[in-house]
Design a protein around this ligand. Sequence first.
Ligand SMILES: [Fe+2]
Length: 194
Amino acid sequence: MTESGDRTVSSKPLDPFTLMLDFRSGALEPHTSRTERHVSDMQGAYADATAQEHLVKGGDPLVYEVLQYDIPEEVGQLICCTTVLHPGTVGDEYFMTKGHYHSVRDTGEVYLGLRGHGYLLLMTEEGGKAATPMGPGTVAYVPPNWAHRTVNTSEEPFVFFAVYPGQAGHDYGTIEKTGFPQRVLRTPEGAELR
Ligand SMILES: [Fe+2]
């Protein structure tokens, strides 16, 4: 490791490589890490705490999984991962990811929708908010400083691929304290953003 200005950079470059991504299942091969988030991992995220507790006691379903090929978390690197966000609700609220800011705030991210439909919810610490629908083929740009969370509004897995800078890191703690200003609820008329 060497220091370049205030940025840590790798002294040993990686060799070129390829990965195989299955657009339907979201399988990324090879991957070096697989993160699972169950309903019990989402404490405080859903509005209906009673429904959440009921689901946890009833088997604690898997909400989403992230497959990643781990690359050094350094400036200049790009980290690739797929997320498979399963269909379901907690009360009336669709399954969603925890959501995060990047620890290094001035780093963006690109999402590519592969399967299913949902929303990308975004916000800033200055009060900015946005919600963009996503489906197969949607390329969503997450600018630096915007927290991001995805929501599955379909009856099948919502699968998307993401690329973000190696040094970005994840800040989940701020979201656990503040939540997001918008929620996506299942209604008889379909998904409703509130
Ligand atoms: Fe991110």
